[in-house]
Design a protein around this ligand. Structure first.
Ligand code: SAM
Ligand code: SF4
Length: 330
């Protein structure tokens, strides 16, 4: 699949649920209204659409959410998609997870063909972890990380950098991930969905964070590329990679290789734009499965050149993109 700007689309991110067992302050408000179940694709429908993308050249699938591992029956979907790894049609099947269910599922994930996970963790302080996630428990996530590493899964930690919340913990996070042989990526907050506080007061540009980090650590350039918004370096002292996702401060769109499917079957060609294609209506229509390939081609033909996120420091709390990250999956 080649888009109008000549970019090959070979990476599909699938948000399998908008629900979550956490309520991270930058992601959700405390009282969220979730999607009605009838609007959510069944696991079979998710597999059908994902399989169509794989046939059309997608080589990497990432399941995300909401929290992917709280969706009932998710391991069945992961097992089904894992068969495309066995057959060589897919290079990678992976997940972004908050880690809360990893103690339970790590062995199953490995058996299904998953080899790497992104686990979101912004702090090593139990009290702060609870403040950020509202409903999360750090010990449980730590036990999940132990289980994942014991199962043979390679972990990358994602930490959202929030001013005044975890910016003073950066060194500790780098030291700790290094000691556990995990890579780490810092993420700038993105203005997606309404939350309970002003975003601008918490916004921390990663250029600033990177400067602080470079006072204590030697960061060497690396040619490691994912085709995504993360800019990777190697931390000389730990030997592990550190990434910076800076969608607001830099333009990474030229190399964008991905599209996003939500749990309601909406295909978003760009995280920061509203344009979408309704693949649920396509597959639920008469003879829909025969129309799916055409609908995907038509959507890829509309992939925009780039996003236009702006956090306006003087404006009210209205987000640049109205849907929550938990709907599109980050
Ligand atoms: N629940 C899973 C998790 O937390 O890893 C997967 C979904 S979550 C929406 C995916 C990633 O998006 C997480 O790393 C999370 O920290 C990040 N995220 C959520 N809201 C964000 C925002 N407004 N700006 C930047 N990153 C955000
Ligand atoms: Fe849930 Fe992930 Fe959003 Fe946190 S960032 S509320 S864990 S979906």
């Amino acid at each position: 699949m080649i888009d109008p700007f000549g970019r090959a689309v070979n990476y599909l991110r699938v948000s399998v649920t908008d629900r979550c067992d956490f309520r991270c302050t930058y992601c959700m408000s405390e009282n969220m209204t979730f999607l009605p179940k009838k609007d959510v694709l069944s696991l079979e429908e998710l597999e059908l659409i994902t399989a169509a993308f794989i046939r059309k050249g997608v080589r990497k699938v990432r399941l995300t959410g909401g929290e992917p591992l709280v969706r009932k029956g998710i391991i069945e979907l992961i097992r089904s998609l894992g068969r495309y790894i066995d057959s060589g049609e897919l290079d990678e099947l992976t997940l972004t997870t908050n880690g809360s269910q990893l103690a339970k599922y790590s062995d199953d994930l490995y058996a299904a063909g998953v080899r790497r996970l992104n686990v979101s963790m912004d702090t090593l302080d139990a009290k702060r972890f609870n403040e950020i996630t509202r409903w999360g428990n750090l010990d449980k996530v730590m036990a999940g990380l132990d289980a994942a590493q014991n199962a043979g899964l390679k972990i990358k930690i994602n930490a959202v950098a929030v001013r005044g919340v975890n910016d003073h913990e950066t060194d500790e996070l780098i030291r700790w991930t290094g000691s556990r042989d995990m890579d780490i990526t810092f993420i700038e907050t993105m203005p997606m969905g309404s939350i309970d506080e002003r975003r601008s007061s918490r916004f921390l540009p990663l250029s600033e964070l990177k400067e602080t980090i470079m006072k204590n650590w030697t960061l060497n350039p690396t040619d490691y590329k994912t085709g995504g918004p993360s800019d990777y370096m190697t931390v000389q002292e730990t030997g592990n990679r550190i990434g910076f996702i800076t969608p607001l401060s830099h333009n990474f769109c030229e190399s964008c290789n991905r599209v996003r499917l939500t749990c309601t079957g909406m295909l978003y060609m760009c995280l920061g734009q509203e344009d979408s294609a309704n693949l649920k209506d396509v597959i639920r229509s008469e003879n829909g499965i025969y129309k799916l390939d055409g609908a995907i081609d038509e959507a890829i033909g509309r992939k925009p050149k780039g996003h236009d996120f702006v956090i306006d420091r003087n404006s009210d709390n209205s987000p640049a993109v109205p849907r929550h990250m938990s709907v599109t999956g980050g």
